[in-house]
Each structure stands twice: as structure tokens, then as C-alpha cells.
Design a protein around this ligand. Sequence first.
Ligand code: FES
Length: 762
Amino acid sequence: MNGAASSAQSGCPFHGSAAGRSFDPFGPAYQADPAEALRWSREGEPVFFSEPLGYWVVSRYDDIKAIFRDPILFSPANVLEKITPPSPEAVEVLRRANYGMNRTLVNEDEPAHMARRRVLLDAFTPEALAAHQPMVRDLVRAKLDAIVDRGRSDLVADLLWDVPLTVALQFLGVPPDDMDRLRSFSVAHTVNTWGRPSPEQQVAVAEGVAAFWTYSGEVLARMAARIDAGEHPHGWMYDMIAKNRVMPDIVTDNYLHSMMMAIIVAAHETTALASANMFCRLLEDRAQWDAICADPGLIPAAVEECLRHSGSVVAWRRVATADAQVAGVTIPAGGKILMVTASANHDPRHFDNPDALDIWRDNAADHLTFGYGAHQCMGKNLGRMEMAIMLEEVSRRLPHLQLEDQAFTFLPNTSFRGPEAVWVRWDVALNPKGTRPTRDFPVGAPDRKAIQRQLTVKDARPLAERVLGITLADPRGRPLPAWTAGAHVEIVLPDGEGRRYSLCGQPGGDWQIAVMREDAGRGGSRWMHENARPGMTLAVRGPRNHFRLDEAAPAHILIAGGIGITPILAMADQLKVQGLPYELHYAGRAAEHMAFLDRARTDHGDALHLHIAADGRRADLPALVGQAVPGTRISACGPGRLLDELDRLVAGRPDLTLAFEHFTGGESAGALGQGMPFTAVCTDSGLTLEVPGDRTLLQVLRGAGLDVPSDCEEGLCGSCELAVQSGAIEHRDRVLTAAERAAGDRIITCCSRARGRLVLSI
Ligand code: FES
């Protein structure tokens, strides 16, 4: 049996649930909504064997990312395999056409893959792609000029297919002839590779694929003739042909032909479908569409969130090269794997409120729509750029666009998803006379700092001496996204700098923060105390959560010092609701300085331990740590000396875990992150990068086109952490515990550095 082997739990290949065994991605549920169709799997059976498909299906974010991360154990060799075996008649059609699609960048193994990828990567850096922006914008404007006075359009036919295809051809240097034929070829290739054509359709599909193979070979021959004649035309395929002439063992003839065909599809179909999804989602949610029209600065974030929520690539494949463990299940050597990235992108373990479209979500760029690691989509930033320009141009010229009621149709297949038509209408009389100026957005993942909501201060009142409580609400009364205990928001002050405050109300309602006035600080808390009044508007980033509860821990000790009560109280609330064991320790100078004291007493009376210095009751941290039962997770927030002491104490108890959050940093990361040059070797993506003394590791990684999230960029939050395989790290952050530093297996990239050579998992 293909892929049939034992699971770790039972030794029986078919031990899984009936839902898993019978799962068929060509069934109506998956075809209607792949993420929703696998909700049950994300919740309870994240790896299962589908009998109709003959594949192991994986649905959770962390598991899929781990598979992407290891292209040796999980080979991409089956990525372009026909998921439905072809009929003998279809095989014969392809044989007659000498169809020989072989390895391309997406499906070849190491070490050949990285050798080729490195040779071919230069054209895809953010700097190189930025040069294409004027061409893309001109193209989009010309398409819109043709329809703005019509009042009705199928956006797919009039804009969303032609723009990515034209851009792809220009990028490749392929003459823009036969655009309609190329579209039909793309459909045939998709059905052939990822679809389930009926026996009657098989031959027609094979004929389309054969014609595509022949066509791409002819175009390639014409292009090669120009190179051989000494010309140097512009375009990535010309670059590849030139490389074929000097390194034929790496860029082989068959490789050129296979890439020619594969990349014509990859370079435009995914962008066209993703753009169609994007316009549907945003026009369905008028408030978010209007927000973009009012503030185009939100466009890069909106693009990224649409790629997460409704990306065009919903599943990708791998094959296990040896017995492999995924989420406790043994996938046997040879087992084929379908990773449903659409499901990963809706995994609540990684994305709060995953089913909601939220263009202010600032970790949307973590999505797996582009894959991850060595085989991550090379064209991701070209796709992002095209989507941003199309969204910007349409929203400025047709802000009154309305989505028509319609039944969307999709090409049935396992891996690509986007509507075949998107009908919209608008009142031509309301077309804006003068339109806002445009801007070119930086190429790459959106800058988290640009993602800001405008919220209203609903309430501002003292909670304790020098502590101001502030309640934030949506100005139109819409519910704000739910948050989880440990989350914080960042208030952007008039100086443009953000100040972070933990959320401390009830998750799901308005957002509540507490600000302690620090006259010796950077001025943020003073400004808040002097200016925050009900009715005023504040720019707010987040929420983000780098201080999550680990609900799997058998026991919890929560320790708050002073205003550190804000995230800790939210954690206590959550543990109480979930019925999990916890102690809440709250330390302060005097009762009048301690915010939420009454609420802590009321809501957590039995679990609450107060340590009030003015009453002669100080926290005995050595005793607290010494008496903790093995496995306890200690979560702490408070002044640096409290956290430093806890860190030192817990370092002597390796059976405990410590998570903490500092209030503020010291030096800026700019100063923190500088030092001696070193070399960063990125194993997942196959890059070796030099980090000069005046740039941070984070800056260098991003400059190479790698998506690394960040938040504070001060070494405080941990969002930019990467796994380290080897190297001498100079830790400069305030995130990692002493035990984590000693392990030497992670680095905070915004500020920490290394000596010599650092090997990273990215
Ligand atoms: Fe916050 Fe690096 S971005 S620690």
C-alpha cells in the first residue's frame, strides 16, 4: 500500500478516525473551504492517512513548518507528480509529444537544488524587484483606464489575470504573444498535476499539457538563438539560458525546458488567484475596504492578511525519505504527505482569531502560503508587489466598487484556489474626479510598524496612585479582535515611537490598559497621563503576544511586581476559567500603588498571595521557587531586579520553566545590535550572509529577502528569535532566560550577535 504503515500509537495503518480515513480533498467540503474542512483535524487529529488520496494529511502550523524546514527527510520530489494517475491514453498523448517535464526548482532534492537556486536568485532580491514597480503600475493603470467608465467588470478577466501574466512574461523575457493560449495551458497543467480529471477529460487535459510543452520548447529555442547570436536581451529566462551555456551541468537543457513551462504557470497563476481572493475578501468586509481607501498605508498589511486568510496555494506536497515522526505519528519512508497550508494559516495556536480577516493583524506574514525554507516561493515578493499595486490603483480610482451577488466557481484541484470570475459594479457618476497620489511600497513583507488602528479612548481614570487605566474602543463601535492572556498593544505617541502596554481587561471586549507614570522614563507614560482623555483618538499597534501561557504545564506560578500585574492578572483570569491550578503572587511597595488590588482579591482570593512591602510582607522568591512542584511554569512580569533574581533561581531548577516580560529596555537595538562582523549561514534557505559591524543580523536577513518577524527591535519581546544550530552567540537581549542562553540554541536577531560563524535554521 502506498504510504500505508504504522502510526506510533497503534501500529495499525488505519487506526485513525473515520473522518480521517475517508477524507477526500476532491469532496465538496474541501473544495468549498479547505481550512474549514480541516478544522476537526487541527483540533484533534493533526496527522492522518487519507485512503481515497493515499496521502498523509498534515493540518497544523508548527507541524507543516517543521516539514518545510527539513527538505532532506521530507523530499519535494513529488511536488509536480500527478495526484491522479493518468490513463494509458493520456500517457500515450504525452509520450507522442516527448513530454519530459522533469525536475525544477520546486521539486528537486539537495544538494542539486541549492546549487541551482543560488545561481538563479539574484533577480529576486527586494532591490532587484523594486526596479519593476513602474512597469507594473503602468500596466495596471492601462487596464483600469479601459474599464473605469464601464460601471461593471469581471475583475479576473479585465485585470487580475492579464497583469500577472504580462508581468511574468516581461520578467522572464518571454514574448507576450499567445496570452489566451497560455491561460488555457495553465488550466490544463493545473488539472493534470493537482486535479482529478475524469477518464473522458484525461486525454483533453493531456493534449493541453503536451501543447504547452511543445510551445514552451519552441519559445525557448527562439530565445536561445538570440543568446547564441551574441545578444543579451533582458529577462530571467535569458539569464538562465546564458548560465546554461557556461554551466550546463547545473542549468541543464531539460532543466531549462521544465523551468520554462513550470515558471510561466508559477509566476502568474498564483498571483492572479490570490488577487481575486483578495478583492473578494476586502469587498465583502466593507469596513476594511473603506479603511484602505482612507489610509493606503494599510495596503501592504492588507495584502499579507489576504494571503494568510485566503491564499491561492492551499496545499503542498512532500514525501518522507525515511520513517518520520510528525505530531507523534510515524509517517513511513515513502509516505506521501499533503500539507494543507490553508489549514495552517487558520491554526489558532499561531494566529489569534484565525478565521477573522483583520488587516491590522501584524503577524500575518508568518503565513505559509509561500511555503517556507529552502523551497520557499522565490517570486513571493514579486507577487506581493503586484497585489499591492493592483489594490492601490483600484481602491483610489474605484473606492465605491461593490461586489455583486454571485456564485463563485473554482477549478477543482487540491492545491490552488481562487474564483474563476469576480463580478463587480460601480456608479460611474461617482468616479472620483481627482484621485489621491500613489506611492511605491517597500518590496517585501509589510513593516509591522506601519500597521496601526485608530482607536477611541472610551474611558480614562486612575486605578491606583500614579496608575491610569485607559479603555480603548473602535470608533464605529465594532468589536475589537479578541486577544489572549499575555498580549500587549503598542500606543504610538506623537513622537512616532510606540510604547507597549499589556492588555488587562476581559478578552473579547474593549481593550483595557494601565499606564504607570514614570517621570524619569522616556516621556511616554507622562504624555499618556497628561493627555489621554475620553473621546480622543490614539494610534495603536497590535495586539501581539510574546508572553503566552503554556496551558499544558501541570502547574502555574504567576508573579507580578507593581504594574507587572497587567499581563499576570489576565493569565490568572484565563487559568481560573480553564480550571487549571495556579498561584498568583502580587508584590508592591504599598497597597495604594497597586492597581487592580480589589479585583485580584475578588476574583482570585484563594489563589492570591500579596507581598506588600509597607506591611512588612516581602516576596520570598527562593522559597517560592524552591517549593515549586516539578514541571511548574513560572510566569513573571515586573522590575528587572525581580526578574533577574527569578532567572538566577530557576537556572538551578531545570525541572521548572520560566517565562518573563520586561517593562522596558535599556539601549536601543541600533546600538545593541552593532559590533564585530560575523557570518550567518542559513541552512533552511541555503544562504551564507556576511553581517557587517554596523548592521544587525535582522537587517541583513531581511535584506536577503528572508521574512523574519519583529516587534520591539529592542531585544525585549522575542518575536525575532531564530533557532541556532551552532556558533558562539553574544546574547544582548532581555528575553532569554539564563538556561536558554546556556543552551545556545536560539538568538534574538534584532540585537544579539555572534563570533565567527553562526549556523541558523532559517
Ligand atoms: Fe523584539 Fe527582537 S524584535 S526582541
